[in-house]
Structures are given as structure tokens and as C-alpha cells.
Design a protein around this ligand. Structure first.
Ligand code: TRP
Length: 330
């Protein structure tokens, strides 16, 4: 016992990308021995955008299968759906009342997403970070591994927790954001200045984990480069090539220097083919496991039910304590 607690989540939206795999899942796998890990599928957060109900259900299973196929061991880590543990919605509401409009208005993600979905700027999109704060604080998490884009939300979580603790005495552990140095910024193949995202609408911008080898090769061949023709790392002036170098470096454990040497005298064609082959090989065992899991929904159900039971035990304790402190009769 005495292990530090980790909580993280992935939204149950669409098929996952190579960015999710490298930036999130691979890191989750590394941490599962050293920490007490809770990995949640954020299906309530997914409601901020209109979804097809059947797809939303299916997506939750897809994310769960992806977690396991990437190497997360359900016997070591707690895997569950946010919707299964009702304390998330309840604490989310309580924390709404301890979060200021001004704070939420400053959130970059809110600004970006409301610009993107101007026809549906709903209150849930606005209070999204308070629900996320609830996710984290329910488990008294020490560390929250996320991408760079979620750091602001974890910082807000800290502010909310501190505010609550100041009013009612020690209630919440103050969590730290944990941004892995590698893989936190896998960028789009067509728009290498923006994060690779499953919601990207640009064709061939995103590598999905379920892409076939042919699709991966095709997308890599179309990836944006520059006119220099030299495989050289320069994020500022050569964002496309630098991004491909990072992807390649993470999978092969090579440094940028080593990669530059390896492709000295080679054009972008050779380099891109090699990167594609490397991704395809890395994802082969993932595909196999993922397909098996998706054929076995009963097994997936067993996993999330078991995880939810364990998560509920922890979450209910925290919520009970919160309700007692603020005077809510349960
Ligand atoms: N907001 C996160 C994202 O979009 C997903 C998420 C929901 C999350 N709750 C969380 C991440 C709690 C970390 C901790 O990626």
C-alpha cells in the first residue's frame, strides 16, 4: 500500500489516434506497476457534443478495448466508465458551485470548442472542467497524466480543491498535472501545428489506431513536409518532418540526432516509408488484441463492472465526506 494514486481519462468519442496511443496509453501502461491507477472512460464529458446514442455506447467499449490492447492490465489498473460511478455527476454539481464563471471563461478549450461548435455552446461545455475536477478529486489523485491541452484544467482543479479545503478543512488531495515529455505533442500529418486529434476534419491528418496498414502507408505518403528535402529536426521551420521524426523516435527509442544520421542523404520518400512501416509494425499486436476484445463484449462488461465497483468504494467515501462538510443530508 501507500502507492501514489493516478487518475486519468479519455473521452469516449470516436476512434482513437496514434496520438492517444503514444501520448496517453503507452504512458498509462508504464505507470501501472508503480502507482495505483484509475483509468476512466469519460462518457459523460462526451455529451457536450451531440452524439448518436448507439455510437456513444460503442465508443465506450472501443476505448476500453483500446486501453487493454495497448497493454493496460485490468488486474493492476482500475478501468471503468465515468457514468457507472454516480458520484462523478454529484461531485461535479457541487464543484460547479465552487467554480467561478470568470475561471471557466478563461479556459482555452472552452474558447476553442465554442468557436468550433458555435451552434451548440451548451452549459455543459462551459462547466466541463468542474466535472473533470470531480473525476480527479474523488480519488484523491496525486498525479493526473494528460496531454498539454488538459493542463489548464488540472490547474483549475487545484484551485477549486484549495478553495474547498480552505473553507471546510482538509478534504481533497491537491493533484499535480503530469505531462509526459515524450509523446505529449503528436501533431496532425496535414496540419502539424495542431495536435493530432480524432475530431480533426482534415482528410489524412490523423492516424487512427484501427487504420489498416495500407491506410497508414497512404496517410504517411501524403503527410505535409517542406521543400528542404533534408531529414532534420526543426520544430519551428519544419513542423511536418519534425513531427514524423518524433513519432519515429518514440517508437524506436532513437534520438533526433540518431534519426538525422540514419536518413542522411535520403529523401523524404524513403523516410516516410520507413516511418509508416515502423508504425504498422508497432500497431500489429495492438490490432490483433483489439479485434479479439471487440468480439467479446461480455468480457469487456466484466472488466468495467469490476472496475466500477472498486472505483465506487473510493468515490463514495470522498463524496460522503464532502456532503457532511457542506451540510447535505444523504
Ligand atoms: N478532458 C479530458 C480530455 O479531453 C478527458 C478527461 C475527463 C480527463 N476527465 C478527466 C482527463 C480526468 C484527466 C482526468 O482529454
Amino acid at each position: 500500500m501507500g502507492k501514489k494514486v493516478i487518475l486519468s481519462g479519455i473521452q469516449a468519442t470516436g476512434d482513437l489516434t496514434l496520438g492517444n496511443y503514444i501520448g496517453a496509453m503507452k504512458n498509462f501502461v508504464k505507470m501501472q506497476d508503480e502507482y495505483d491507477c484509475y483509468y476512466m472512460i469519460a462518457n459523460l464529458h462526451a455529451l457536450t457534443v451531440r452524439r448518436n446514442p448507439e455510437e456513444l455506447k460503442q465508443n465506450a467499449l472501443k476505448v476500453l478495448a483500446s486501453y487493454i490492447a495497448a497493454g493496460i492490465d485490468p488486474d493492476k489498473s482500475t478501468l471503468f466508465l465515468q457514468s457507472q460511478v454516480h458520484e462523478h455527476a454529484e461531485l461535479g454539481w457541487v464543484l460547479d458551485c465552487y467554480t467561478y464563471m470568470g475561471e471557466l471563461s478563461r479556459m482555452t478549450q472552452f474558447k476553442d470548442k465554442s468557436a468550433k461548435h458555435a451552434d451548440n455552446i451548451n452549459a455543459g461545455l462551459f462547466t466541463y472542467p468542474s466535472l473533470m475536477a470531480g473525476d480527479i478529486l474523488l480519488y484523491q489523485a496525486d498525479l493526473v497524466p494528460t496531454g498539454e491541452d488538459q493542463k489548464q484544467h488540472v490547474e483549475l482543479t487545484r484551485d477549486i480543491a484549495e478553495r474547498f479545503n480552505n473553507l471546510y478543512g482538509d478534504t481533497f488531495k491537491i493533484p499535480e498535472p503530469y505531462i509526459p515529455q515524450i509523446g505529449a505533442r503528436i501533431m496532425g500529418l496535414q496540419d502539424p501545428k495542431s495536435k493530432m486529434s480524432k475530431s480533426s476534419t482534415i482528410p489524412n491528418d490523423t492516424i487512427l489506431l484501427i487504420d489498416t496498414p495500407e491506410e497508414i502507408m497512404k496517410k504517411l505518403k501524403k503527410a505535409v513536409t517542406d521543400s528542404e528535402g533534408i531529414v532534420r529536426y526543426d520544430e519551428e521551420n519544419k513542423p511536418g518532418i519534425s513531427n514524423l521524426m518524433e513519432i519515429y523516435g518514440i517508437i524506436t527509442n532513437k534520438t533526433m540526432d540518431e534519426i538525422e544520421k540514419e536518413f542522411e542523404g535520403n529523401g523524404y520518400g524513403t523516410f516516410k516509408t520507413k516511418v509508416a512501416e515502423t508504425i504498422i509494425k508497432e500497431l500489429e499486436p495492438f490490432h490483433k488484441k483489439y479485434d479479439e476484445l471487440m468480439k467479446n463484449p461480455q468480457y469487456l462488461e466484466e472488466i468495467y463492472n469490476k472496475g466500477a465497483k472498486k472505483a465506487s468504494e473510493v468515490a463514495s467515501k470522498t463524496l460522503k465526506n464532502v456532503y457532511e462538510k457542506i451540510g447535505i443530508i444523504k
